[in-house]
Design a binder for this molecule. Structure first.
Ligand code: HEC
Ligand code: HEC
Ligand code: HEC
Ligand code: HEC
Length: 156
């Protein structure tokens, strides 16, 4: 064969060799197919441990029940039972170690997020009982009259 055929072939062989050498240094030694089944086949083994140590942000209502069972009990009997505690009080992280206390937000804005009256007939948002914030006891905190953990109007 003529030289002009060999030359591009050497270039290709050179490129492949360069990629293999680069891969040897760049890809971590523990990267490969590990026993996590087909879906998560390719990953770095050390990464599994890293994710196990990743600090959890949200704990869930079950966790609050260990210490605030009175709140969990009252809320679970009310229409607010479907709202996770952390939706109103923020992410728990390592509470009560850090932070010692969670946010207690008494602003009208917290409640109006869900209870501002909107006309959206095709959305489930429309099913939430709504008020007009401009006429419904303006200037007062909602929790002065409604218990956020048991907002049912029968008990008022
Ligand atoms: C291991 C026990 C424990 C767990 C679990 C726990 N808390 Fe607490 N929480 C405390 C303690 C102790 C305080 C500080 C003392 C106090 O004011 O009651 C506190 C304070 C709070 C406060 C502030 C009260 C105030 O008067 O300022 C809120 C809000 C709160 N917790 C919500 C939650 C929520 C929501 C969860 C679940 C995600 C939760 N807590 C899980 C023990 C706990
Ligand atoms: C709809 C929003 C909302 C949800 C959901 C909610 N809270 Fe609250 N929470 C509030 C508000 C607002 C206050 C302040 C009430 C007031 O004016 O004293 C409060 C107060 C508290 C306090 C401190 C004051 C007190 O009454 O002792 C604790 C502790 C608390 N909540 C825990 C919880 C836990 C635990 C859950 C879940 C079971 C929960 N909350 C769910 C809005 C909420
Ligand atoms: C994440 C959305 C959400 C937030 C935030 C929220 N609520 Fe609610 N609220 C609901 C749901 C859902 C219901 C139950 C509706 C039902 O029973 O059909 C409800 C029910 C109520 C009711 C009862 C209405 C009735 O006719 O019985 C009142 C009053 C109320 N909420 C006040 C508040 C107040 C005060 C706050 C702020 C502390 C608040 N809500 C925050 C979703 C929310
Ligand atoms: C001065 C006391 C008071 C304050 C403050 C107050 N409410 Fe009310 N709320 C009432 C009373 C009383 C009713 C029942 C009669 C009515 O519908 O006006 C009611 C009714 C409601 C209802 C039910 C409406 C329906 O159609 O079923 C919702 C939702 C509600 N309030 C949310 C809120 C929110 C959110 C705030 C704060 C932005 C708030 N309220 C502030 C006294 C209060």
């Amino acid at each position: 064969m003529k030289g002009h055929v060999w030359r591009p072939l050497f270039v290709v062989i050179g490129l492949v060799a360069a990629i293999l050498v680069f891969r040897m240094f760049y890809v971590p030694a523990d990267f490969g197919v590990h026993d996590q089944g087909y879906t998560f086949g390719f990953h770095r083994l050390g990464n599994e441990q890293e994710w196990k140590q990743f600090p959890e942000k949200y704990k869930g209502t079950e966790y609050c029940n260990e210490c605030h069972d009175d709140k969990v009990e009252s809320i679970s009997k009310s229409g607010h039972g479907i709202i996770p505690c952390e939706d109103c009080h923020g992410a728990a992280f390592n509470h009560p170690e850090d932070p010692e206390k969670l946010t207690v937000d008494r602003s009208r804005a917290l409640c109006l997020r869900c209870h501002s009256e909107l006309y959206m007939p095709s959305s489930q948002r429309n099913d939430l009982p709504g008020i007009n914030p401009k006429t419904h006891n303006e200037g007062m905190e909602c929790s002065e009259c409604h218990n956020p953990h048991n907002p049912s109007l029968e008990e008022m």
